[in-house]
Design a protein around this ligand. Structure first.
Ligand SMILES: NC(=O)c1ccc[n+]([C@@H]2O[C@H](COP(=O)([O-])OP(=O)(O)OC[C@H]3O[C@@H](n4cnc5c(N)ncnc54)[C@H](OP(=O)(O)O)[C@@H]3O)[C@@H](O)[C@H]2O)c1
Length: 230
């Protein structure tokens, strides 16, 4: 199978690209920084493109059997349209070239999960503040993206992870059409789940994925985020 991965040079995207190659798929890694892509493989093409460039997106998508998007933008107060416009370009390209399968990464943070269990009390306090302030532009655009995917007529799955962190292995994660468990998703679990979904057909669903093993504490997460923005 030939899989095109948008956001492939990001943290989840690199893992998804590696896993796709390891599973024997011909893979196209899409990035604005092709020279920085960290590995090579005979079955890998690294394609330089900005997802806002509809023609470049169309060229890449036309030769794929399935498309994964791990596109992401940091929190900002500026208006954002990378998720929505970028995904609209991907969807239009898939529709016009007959590529059926789309799997996109969204976020539980953009939605309300009253039935969620196991999230730390601190997160339950902080999350509504973040979603209405520094996270608002990102989450507004993620919701627009979901609507575009939902209305696309493609064979689609929207994957909503929770707070991302890194683990060196894939765990026995909780996934599917269920409320998220806890507050975290490891990028390796997310990449593994994305790949398993990319090869399925006939889906029109919105799913979550939660990691329950070896999750960080809220304090570790806050410290990491503070360090990143320093
Ligand atoms: N961080 C969290 O806790 C969290 C929680 C829930 C969901 N998520 C979502 O999970 C996904 C993956 O997160 P991550 O941390 O692995 O991502 P990441 O490392 O930030 O990577 C995102 C990638 O998107 C690409 N991108 C951004 N704008 C682009 C554009 N205009 N054209 C082409 N590519 C563009 C960038 O690639 P280039 O610069 O190489 O072009 C970047 O490497 C994102 O959708 C994020 O919103 C994150």
């Amino acid at each position: 199978m030939r899989i095109a991965i948008f956001g492939a040079n990001g943290q989840t995207g690199r893992l998804a690209t590696r896993y796709a190659l390891d599973a024997g798929h011909t893979t196209v890694a899409v990035t604005r920084r092709p020279d920085d892509f960290p590995f090579a493989d005979p079955a890998l093409t690294v394609a330089g493109a900005d997802v806002h460039d509809a023609d470049a997106v169309a060229d890449i998508v036309a030769r794929a059997d399935a498309v994964l998007s791990t596109l992401g933008v940091p929190f900002t107060r500026e208006p954002i349209n990378t998720y929505s416009r970028g995904t609209a370009n991907i969807v239009a390209a898939m529709q016009s070239s007959g590529v059926p399968r789309l799997v996109v990464v969204s976020s539980t943070g953009a939605f309300h999960y009253p039935g969620r269990t196991g999230a730390p009390f601190a997160l339950r306090l902080v999350e509504p503040v973040i979603t209405r302030t520094i996270g608002k532009a990102v989450y507004d655009d993620i919701r627009r993206m979901e609507t575009i995917v939902h209305d696309s007529g493609l064979d689609w799955t929207v994957v909503r992870p929770s707070g991302l962190f890194d683990l060196p292995r894939v765990t026995e994660y909780v996934s599917g059409e269920v409320d998220p468990v806890g507050a975290f998703t490891s990028r390796s679990d997310l990449a593994d789940y994305l790949l398993s979904l990319a090869v399925q057909h006939g889906n029109h669903d919105t799913v979550t994925i939660s990691t329950t093993a070896d999750t960080p504490t809220m304090w570790q997460t806050i410290r990491r985020e503070a360090f990143k923005s320093a």
